[in-house]
Design a protein around this ligand. Structure first.
Ligand SMILES: Cc1cc2nc3c(=O)[nH]c(=O)nc-3n(C[C@H](O)[C@H](O)[C@H](O)COP(=O)(O)O)c2cc1C
Length: 170
């Protein structure tokens, strides 16, 4: 499978360690993994102008880094949303990227999706998980798994192994 991982962290720390472990497991299972550093990109929020659904014929009127990730949304067999929790949800950079997919509605080919979430505290994932489940159900994409790491679990070998093993099962 062609797997696109969208990393919403603006830093290369805990979430990136989760993505790296995911990549190791998925590549060991023969998948192709491409990571997109969404957290470091400049992606504005959707304007709701409907240009994409009228004159734009699927293209967005805003020209920014979203153009770097749209092809992956269109072509991936699996999408992975990896993000730190910021104020009980995904990072703003990640939210902007997800909402800009409005121009095509949903990932076009993906049949599976997963989430990797990093946080300081436990029990802070409900908002992010509810959004993910709602969106995937709307898009008709199967939930392959959700893995969270909080506090000392971040970068722990046990957690990174759990992610590697999960990715090997895809
Ligand atoms: C702006 C901001 C908001 C945060 N909000 C939360 C939060 O609501 N709950 C929580 O447990 N951790 C919160 N954190 C901590 C991060 O989720 C945590 O440090 C995470 O491991 C960072 O991942 P990263 O190293 O990939 O950036 C916040 C951090 C920042 C910078």
């Amino acid at each position: 499978m062609k797997i696109a991982v969208f990393n919403g962290s603006p830093r290369k720390e805990n979430t990136t360690a989760m993505v790296q472990a995911f990549r190791e497991g998925a590549e060991a299972a023969g998948h192709e993994v491409e990571e997109y550093q969404v957290g470091k990109m400049k992606i504005a929020g959707c304007l709701g102008c409907e240009y994409c659904h009228t004159k734009g014929e699927g293209s967005c009127i805003q020209k920014d880094d979203f153009e770097k990730i749209l092809p992956a949304y269109m072509e991936a067999d699996m999408v992975v949303f990896a993000s730190p929790i910021y104020y009980f949800t995904l990072t703003a950079q990640m939210e902007a990227a997800i909402q800009r997919v409005y121009c095509i509605g949903k990932p076009l080919k993906a049949t599976k999706a997963a989430m990797l979430l990093s946080s300081g505290s436990p029990g802070v994932y409900d908002g992010a998980i509810a959004q993910f489940r709602g969106y995937m159900s709307f898009a008709g994409i199967e939930e392959a798994g959700i893995i969270t790491a909080n506090g000392a679990e971040n970068k722990s070998e046990a957690k990174l192994n759990e992610i590697r093993e999960f990715a090997k099962t895809l």
